[in-house]
Design a protein around this ligand. Structure first.
Ligand SMILES: C[S@@+](CC[C@H](N)C(=O)[O-])C[C@H]1O[C@@H](n2cnc3c(N)ncnc32)[C@H](O)[C@@H]1O
Length: 189
């Protein structure tokens, strides 16, 4: 059974000039939490599922990764800096470069938030990440008593709680959740 444990880590100031989302649920606090996690577990290679504008791909670079591979169904609308390679494709079907399997230091899951996708992306992440590496999920782990549903969006953004419940049945592990956020992470192996 999936167990969620609240964890508090020292936060990091954001890198100078970093761009970030300023609307919706995104906040400086959440950005700092991600940056602290990326820095704490920085290594050679990171894979991100869900590029959007590439803000967090850049944050991964700023945290110390040498190479970031980021997958999205849509090409990024911004020019991405050297060190970030975008793979345009559906994470359910795309084959990533073979050298990433079993060697990736960190996988950041932030693509389609429907439970089917998050569960599939979680399986993909387990194939990619090396022993001792890290999987980080964005927007997934909401304690069941704090359910905040996003409504029935036809694109599949059904509700954060359902994703947590699905993983709850599928993955018998303990996930750290940064206190007061929906950011979870797991050290693999
Ligand atoms: C929340 S945004 C990603 C934000 C980005 N990780 C960041 O932090 O800056 C989600 C992205 O997932 C992409 N996406 C949705 N379904 C996908 C799929 N099946 N495979 C790959 N990307 C997908 C969307 O196009 C969107 O750009």
């Amino acid at each position: 059974m999936l167990r969620l444990v609240d964890v508090d880590l020292p936060l990091e100031p954001l890198p100078a000039g970093s761009e970030r989302y300023t609307e919706g649920p995104h906040s400086v606090f959440e950005e700092q939490v991600l940056f602290a996690l990326f820095k704490r577990y920085a290594g050679e290679v990171a894979v991100e599922i869900g590029t959007a504008l590439g803000y967090r791909s850049q944050l991964l670079l700023a945290a110390g990764f040498n190479s970031v591979y980021t997958v999205d169904v849509e090409p990024c609308k911004r020019q991405l800096p050297v060190g970030i390679a975008q793979i345009v494709g559906n994470s359910l079907t795309t084959t990533l470069p073979h050298m990433l399997y079993g060697t990736t230091d960190l996988v950041f899951i932030d693509g389609n938030h429907s439970r089917i996708h998050v569960a599939a992306d979680t399986r993909l992440a387990h194939s990619l990440v090396r022993a001792g590496g890290i999987i980080i999920w964005h927007d997934v782990f909401v304690p069941f008593h704090q359910v905040k549903c996003w409504g029935n969006d036809p694109t599949g953004h059904i509700g954060k709680s359902e994703v947590a419940e699905f993983l709850h049945l599928d993955y018998p592990y303990t996930v750290n959740v940064y206190k007061g956020t929906t950011i979870g992470w797991l050290k693999v192996g």
